[in-house]
Design a protein around this ligand. Structure first.
Ligand code: ADP
Length: 574
């Protein structure tokens, strides 16, 4: 008729009169093609606006289901969304009298929910499907349709760029032909809009979840993140960073906010490093303290990585970690270790008592002898003053020697805070050894010192380092008690390594280290000696590590073992 082939139409009418009785828009065509003229503009705009503006997933689903049911004239509707390999019912809507009730369900699709054959057809073809109870169709045999006797069923795919986002299923159990072409046209439009909105809302909800997880993780780990665009000066802080710096979220963070909180004693250093980072764009990994408005102090670890912003300018992304609790624990541990070190030092001094007594006794004997001699010189007629003078000078020297020994013993036995100073390690070795002379002698051991000259100074606590040397030397002497006397040689060697480190080795010719014990030597309470405490080496190691150094032990090529510690020199420490 459209082509104007009137003769042919007449001919067909005569030959097949029953064709004329069919309605013009064929309902037996199960996939739906609706002319655009059937859409009512006002409805279209309303529907489109209702779903396009909604970003909250739950509200969006609610709105979508209400509109779908109201506009389609169905009495029950389902929103089905594929989740991995599963099909899940997100929501179920039912019209109860004049209103639509929506329930969010989150359950697997079951044969009792809807005709599954219809659902699978729509998913496979991504085409809409309309069924009517009066029509015979390939789906009429579906268990659900037979049992529920639905009069009208409409199933619409929600697709976005050929990707299936979900399926909208509607049914009317009372009326056949409930879903008219005009209604279906609106629904199809709603479906395409809903697919976009659902996907957006889903992404937004995923993002919000991810953001919430991240915020929670940051809170738990006391780690905040930040971004800093150097050229624009713009700074981004995460929620935890605001909390760490103690600022309200409404504040727009600036570099001043950062520096304002820095502890005055660290301010200059931090300022210097920030300026350097901004200039040279290097990565940043440092600790500093914050002084909070309430007077409390926080320890902060700041790590930042230099990157480029969109315009190629310098920017940093990084993390600030509140390490106050760790720092406190570390301090408490150092305190406990210092006390333990003190206790073992006093114990060692007890062991060294004979040696020390000898060290003091020698100059005292000298004083007595020289005193008597002085008296004799004075009784001469005339008094021999030159000789007296030289005797008195010897007495003074001896007295100084005795006083020095006592001074050292007192320093070792006194409980003081560790004090760091620039030290010549050779002096420390010699002083330590002097207190042990009797011990060495008493064990028929020969002692040799190989001290390198012109070593760089190390920064450390004299008493603690002396304790390390004494501990290692005593262990060495004890390890040699079972070897023949002429082989008992104790060697203490100092040398420079890698230009900015100093190494001290205590070498013995004793039993050597049993390989089975090698990894346990430095553990607290590990001992192979009958009266041993097993604290010596563990304390040595903690002292050396607190000085930024490292400690090791190994068997010699020949008999015996070597214990070594390496300390950074003053110039190598940051
Ligand atoms: P203690 O001397 O009280 O046993 P240490 O911590 O000083 O505690 O030493 C732990 C163990 O390490 C010793 O019992 C010993 O078995 C081993 N050891 C230490 N120094 C030497 C050494 N120079 N040669 C061989 N073994 C050693």
């Amino acid at each position: 008729m459209r082509w104007g082939a009137d003769g042919k139409v007449r001919h067909l009418d005569q030959a097949h009169p029953h064709l004329r009785q069919q309605p013009p828009s064929s309902q037996s065509d199960r996939t739906i093609g609706t002319p655009v003229e059937q859409l009512e503009l006002a409805t279209v705009v309303k529907v489109s606006q209702a779903v396009s503006g909604e970003i909250d997933l739950k509200k969006l689903i609610d709105t979508l289901m209400v509109i779908a049911l109201e506009h389609a004239g169905g009495d029950r509707g389902l929103l089905i969304v594929p989740r991995g390999d599963e099909l899940r019912i997100e929501a179920e809507a039912t019209s109860v009298r004049d209103t639509v009730e929506v329930h969010l369900r989150q359950t697997r699709v079951a044969p009792t929910d809807l005709p599954e054959s219809v659902l699978h057809y729509v998913i496979r073809t991504q085409d809409s499907l309309l069924l009517d109870a009066t029509d015979e169709s390939p789906f009429s045999g579906d268990e659900y349709i037979r049992q529920k006797r639905c009069r009208s069923v409409l199933c619409l795919p929600l697709t976005k760029q050929a990707k299936l986002i979900g399926v909208l299923y509607l049914e009317n159990s009372l009326t056949s032909h409930a879903f008219t072409p005009a209604r279906i046209a609106v629904l199809k439009l709603l479906a395409s809009q809903a697919a976009i909105s659902l996907e957006n809302a889903r992404l937004y909800s995923d993002l919000r979840h991810a953001d919430a997880y991240l915020a929670e993780a940051q809170r738990l780990s006391h780690t905040g993140s930040f971004g800093w665009n150097v050229s624009s000066g713009e700074i981004f802080w995460s929620e935890e960073t605001f909390r760490i710096f103690g600022f309200d979220r409404s504040v727009k963070p600036t570099l001043e906010h950062v520096t304002q909180r820095v502890h005055p004693e660290d301010a200059e250093r931090v300022q210097h490093f920030i300026e350097r980072a901004a200039r040279d764009g290097g990565d940043y990994d440092r600790e500093h303290r914050l002084l909070m408005p309430d007077g409390s102090v926080k320890h902060l670890l700041v790590v930042a990585h230099a990157t480029k912003d969109d315009e190629g300018g310098l920017a940093f992304v990084g993390a600030v970690m509140d390490v106050t609790a760790t720092k406190r624990a570390e301090e408490a541990m150092h305190q406990a270790q210092a006390e333990l070190a003190h206790v073992t030092r006093v114990t060692t001094l007890g062991e060294l008592a004979a040696s020390i007594a000898h060290e003091v006794n020698q100059p005292l004997t000298g004083i007595v002898i020289n005193g008597a001699a002085s008296l004799r010189w004075l009784n001469h007629q005339p008094p021999a003053l030159d000789e007296t003078r030289s005797s008195v000078e010897s007495m003074i020297k001896d007295a100084q020697r005795a006083s020095e020994v006592i001074h050292r013993v007192r320093a070792l036995s006194k409980k003081t805070e560790p004090e760091k100073a620039a030290l010549d390690i050779n002096d420390v070795i010699q002083e330590g050894v002097r207190l042990m002379q009797r011990e060495v002698f008493g064990h028929a051991t020969s002692l040799r010192l190989e001290l390198a000259s012109a070593l760089p100074p190390v920064v450390g606590d004299r008493v603690q380092l002396q304790q390390v040397i004494i501990n290692l030397a005593i262990n060495a002497i004890q390890a040699m008690t079972s070897v023949p006397e002429r082989q008992r040689e104790l060697l203490i060697r100092s040398q420079a390594v890698e230009s900015d480190q100093v190494s001290v080795e205590v070498v013995d010719a004793g039993t050597g280290i049993d390989p089975e014990h090698a990894d346990r030597l430095f553990r607290a309470f590990f001992t192979t000696k009958a009266g041993g405490m097993g604290m010596g080496l563990s304390i040595c190691r903690s002292i050396i590590e607190a000085h930024g150094g490292r400690m090791s032990a190994a068997n010699n090529a020949g008999p015996g073992a070597t214990f070594q510690f390496i300390l950074p020199s003053g110039s190598a420490q940051r």
